[in-house]
Design a protein around this ligand. Structure first.
Ligand SMILES: [Zn+2]
Length: 130
């Protein structure tokens, strides 16, 4: 995996956690519902990030507590329930269907996505006063 993808992983993770944070900077874990300060949360993938078509998909990545993401392998059964509550039941079919998409990013595309999400991070921090 190239270093540009890793940089984008980090930026996208920060974006997702800020997106899911409330005005107090707290996220609610998509799986177990625990409230965590956004800086101490993870951005967890429902479909594994090895599937490049969903690695940077806004629906597939959500704020999650460290316990569920790292120690319960995503706590996927509850993650599924959380996704259905958040997006409706068709979200699961949508994600399962996209799982097989072959997606490759050029360095230029990654650079663009980095710039885009960096800007989104600044906007979210301003908007939520974080
Ligand atoms: Zn959790």
């Amino acid at each position: 995996m190239n270093q540009y993808i890793e940089t984008l992983d980090n930026i996208f993770s920060e974006y997702v956690r800020l997106r899911d944070a409330d005005q107090y900077g707290m996220i609610r874990c998509i799986s177990c519902g625990k409230r965590v300060k956004w800086q101490y949360a993870d951005a967890g993938h429902f479909v594994s990030r090895k599937h490049m078509g969903l690695r940077f998909d806004n629906n597939n990545v959500n704020a999650q507590c460290v316990d569920c993401n790292r120690f319960k392998s995503g706590n996927l059964k509850k993650y599924k329930r959380g996704l259905i509550v958040k997006h409706g039941r068709y979200i699961i079919d949508y994600l399962e269907n996209k799982k097989t998409d072959i997606r490759q990013y050029t360095d230029y595309e990654i650079e663009l996505l980095c710039s885009y999400y960096r800007k989104q991070i600044r906007l979210l921090k301003d908007k939520k006063c974080l």
